[in-house]
Design a binder for this molecule. Structure first.
Ligand SMILES: Nc1ncnc2c1ncn2[C@@H]1O[C@H](COP(=O)(O)OP(=O)(O)O)[C@@H](O)[C@H]1O
Ligand SMILES: [Mg+2]
Length: 266
């Protein structure tokens, strides 16, 4: 089991106030799964992703990553796991503006004893994987939004993580660019990558194999995408809308003066 979570809680303290961001989450994710996490704003998606990504630790409960207990690790141990096992992608890209695409992708390897000798060639290869071989010298402000997110994905992939975590990776992108990024995730999944992605768009979730919905810090539902009731309703609505659009653009026979009757001009 890649991810094995039991009764996970996270409570934030704000002065005397307590926010129960996660209130007892159970979740298992196996190797090479492609999972979408959905849920209303404030339901705990980012909190869960941060714990999965070893950026934060739970208040109570257990989190095993590749059979190792993350909830028992100290910050140095978590930092090492983060560097070696996790690729994290943020909505806001989080790139260094003054550094080229290549330098941005090399960053995770600065601290890696295993990789620093080959950092440059590995970074180049990661940029090739996301189809940015021709942009390695560009800085973030010389790239489009989609290209910036692809640099961030290359950076997340460069240490060959066992899981790729993406928190609303298409939240700042238009629909064409969103499709481009989703295609890239599908390609990485086909190549064997385990992927967990947070999204509020059913369209994006439709490409995942499984949808986990959070509500008030617990798992409200967990279904294969094709069996998720909310997703099925959305699919039916999308199909009806597409049909209606097709009906409206189809030329009606009575208006067919542009198309001569068969044989009339022969
Ligand atoms: N650092 C924090 N300190 C206090 N409360 C937080 C913090 N981060 C998140 N929260 C609260 O925890 C809850 C879950 O937040 P979050 O995980 O960001 O939800 P989502 O990503 O689903 O929108 C929200 O009520 C939010 O206000
Ligand atoms: Mg969030």
């Amino acid at each position: 089991m890649t991810i094995h979570i039991r009764q996970l809680t996270k409570t934030y303290k704000l002065g005397v106030e307590r926010v129960h961001a996660l209130a007892g989450v159970d979740l298992d994710i196996t190797q090479n799964e492609f999972v979408a996490i959905m849920g209303a704003s404030g339901s705990g998606k980012s909190t869960l992703m941060h714990i999965l990504g070893c950026l934060d630790r739970p208040t109570t409960g257990s989190y095993d990553l590749n059979n190792k207990p993350m909830h028992k690790m100290g910050s140095a141990g978590l930092a090492r796991v983060r560097n070696e096992e996790i690729g994290f992608i943020f909505q806001s890209f989080e790139l260094l503006n003054r550094a080229s695409a290549l330098k941005n992708v090399m960053l995770p390897m600065i601290y890696s004893r295993k990789h620093w000798l080959t950092a440059r060639s590995r970074a180049k290869r990661a940029l090739e994987r996301v189809n940015l071989a021709d942009r390695i010298g560009h800085k973030p402000n010389q790239l489009s939004g989609g290209q910036r997110q692809r640099v961030a994905i290359a950076r997340a992939l460069v240490n060959e993580p066992s899981i790729l975590l993406a928190d609303e990776p298409t939240g700042n992108l238009d629909s064409t660019t969103t499709n481009e990024i989703i295609d890239l995730f599908k390609q990485l999944h086909d190549e064997g990558q385990t992927i967990v992605i947070v999204t509020h768009e059913e369209e994006v979730a439709s490409h995942a194999q499984r949808i986990v919905r959070l509500r008030d810090g617990i798992v409200e539902s967990d279904h294969p995408t094709a069996e998720d009731p909310i997703h099925r309703r959305w699919l039916a609505g999308a199909a009806a809308a597409a049909q209606e659009a097709a009906d409206n653009t189809e030329p009606r026979p009575s208006q067919g003066h542009d198309t001569p009757a068969t044989g009339a001009s022969a």
